[in-house]
Design a protein around this ligand. Structure first.
Ligand code: SF4
Length: 500
């Protein structure tokens, strides 16, 4: 455990994220003046499990909060580099949206060289990552300028059922067989929420729909059809540019379900291998074979799907560079339209975190070499990077990157990540976002660690809209019994006029 004492009750989140980035395996506690470690940690502290303590002084006399934070993180980053002898690919940037820096600077008319200098000098970003962020920002801008997404909105619908629960999962996901009796009441509550949401957005253009979860194709064909036909009959899809369904788990995909998706005009699906190593799939509880992934993909192609995404994870337990090379060679052979390369993130609510002691024997490391293998193969098959985000506790401190063939980029992914348009999210464990046109001020966002992350490292720019969010409960029974309250939360968020 590392205990960090600071002289102010401010920037504790930033300090925590940066120290944790250097010491991912350690518990890090940041204690502002007058605060003591919680009892459990005090016991650990007295049991001499504290590997070290640090004092961090917040810089004084700088003109604003942003400059104070930059100076604090610069000093702390250099100190941690000196201590560990290690630099981080994204330098002192610990937020989830590093691409927003070049996005905003491009909008201000800055050149690539100026942006790269800023990212390297202010945040100690590597040249390679600065270049990647700029390339993605340019691509996002060209995709987003085709329509006025700020006036329209996107719809996310969550189906929180999966065949089994993956080891690393922290999403709303319940084993479909065990929860079978809850599916009908869940769908009935969801349909109420969809009806009310459509009424709130009447007259506005719906640009993208994303049916995710969970795994929507874990539902029976008839249930899947009910969900999609409900969306189609409730919302005006005449301006919809993209309808994605996460058919993520290959063991949930059947010809009958894909036929439903085709019949209703779903134009983008995901078939997610995560890895093409069977020993890893068995270890992470995916409960399907590599052959099933390839068969599901081939079936989808035969049935005419022309935009198929495949999600991969680097840094899975026990995987090494050879496993990653093997996975990427299968990707080369299959040539999906999109490839999303994730770095394993160990989430607090995942089984992997909870049962970590059982998995300590496995290496869980992503390396620059593995990231480069994945990137090279994607580029060699003509898939270029179009969106990027980072998460807490990622293997190797890297990033997640979506690569796509020309014209196949997932528009919803960009809108969601860059927070440039409203997202109406329905279903258990979902988060709706409303982007207001007035400038975002410090402290105006709703609380949560996600908000703190989104503020992190970003220059305050006029074009950055203020964002408010509302969520729904993750628990199935709670969602069903409190659906009226979930709808009311959405009314409060979206029910007032927005001056566009
Ligand atoms: S398929 Fe996705 S949502 Fe379902 S358990 Fe696995 S990681 Fe979680």
């Amino acid at each position: 455990m590392i205990i960090v004492r600071t002289d102010q009750d401010d920037f504790t989140y930033d300090i925590h994220s940066l120290v944790k980035a250097f010491y991912p395996a350690e518990d890090v506690i940041v204690l502002p003046p007058g605060k003591e470690a919680p009892v459990r940690q005090r016991q650990t502290e007295s049991a001499a499990e504290v590997s070290r303590t640090m004092d961090v002084v917040i810089p004084q006399g700088l003109p604003d909060r942003k400059q104070t934070k930059d100076a604090l993180k610069q000093g702390l980053y250099q100190r941690l580099v000196a201590e560990t002898g290690r630099e981080l690919p994204w330098g002192s940037l610990t937020g989830i949206r590093p691409v927003r820096i070049p996005m905003m600077m491009l909008a201000e008319g800055r050149t690539h060289a100026e942006i790269s200098d800023h990212m390297r000098q202010t945040y100690f970003c590597s040249e390679k990552k600065a270049r990647l962020a700029i390339e993605i920002a340019e691509r996002e801008r060209s995709i987003l300028q085709e329509a006025d997404y700020t006036a329209g909105y996107s719809l996310y619908v969550g189906i929180p059922f999966c065949p089994t629960t993956c080891l690393y999962c922290s999403f709303a996901s319940y084993p479909v067989k065990k929860c079978h009796d809850q599916i009908a009441p869940y769908l009935s509550a969801l349909f109420r929420e969809l009806t009310e949401t459509a009424a709130l957005f009447a007259g506005r253009k719906l640009y993208t729909v994303y049916l995710g979860g969970g795994t929507p194709t874990a539902l029976e064909p008839v249930e899947l059809e009910q969900v999609i036909s409900k969306i189609k009959s409730t919302f005006d899809l005449s301006s919809c540019r993209e309808f994605t369904v996460e058919a993520g788990r290959p063991d949930s995909i059947t010809e009958e379900k894909l036929a439903v998706l085709r019949a209703y005009g779903v134009d983008r699906i995901s078939v997610n291998p995560q890895t093409f190593s069977q020993k890893t799939l068995d270890l992470i509880g995916r409960n399907h074979t590599v052959a099933q992934t390839e068969e599901a993909y081939a079936l989808a192609r035969r049935m005419g799907f022309s935009n198929i995404n495949m999600d991969l994870i680097l840094g899975l337990p026990g995987e090494n560079t050879e496993d990653v090379s093997h996975t990427m060679e299968r990707i080369r052979a299959l040539s999906p339209d999109d490839v999303t390369v994730h770095s394993l993130a160990i989430k607090r609510a995942s089984r992997l975190k909870i049962e970590m002691d059982s998995y300590r024997q496995y290496q869980m490391e992503n390396t620059s070499e593995q990231m480069e293998i994945a990137e090279s193969v994607c580029r060699e098959i003509g898939r270029t990077p179009y969106y990027l985000y980072r998460q807490k506790n990622m293997a190797g401190n890297f990033e997640n990157v979506g690569y796509a063939a020309p014209g196949k980029a997932g528009i919803y992914n960009i809108l969601m990540m860059e927070e440039v348009g409203d997202i109406a999210a329905c279903g258990a464990g979902t988060v709706s976002k409303r982007v207001f046109p007035d400038g975002r001020e410090e402290g105006t966002l709703t609380s949560s660690s996600e908000v703190a992350q989104s503020r992190d490292g970003l220059p305050r720019a006029k074009l950055e809209g203020r964002i408010e969010r509302c969520d729904t409960v993750k628990d199935l029974d709670q969602y069903i019994s409190r659906i009226g309250e979930m709808i009311e939360r959405k009314r409060e968020l979206f029910g007032t006029e927005k001056n566009l």
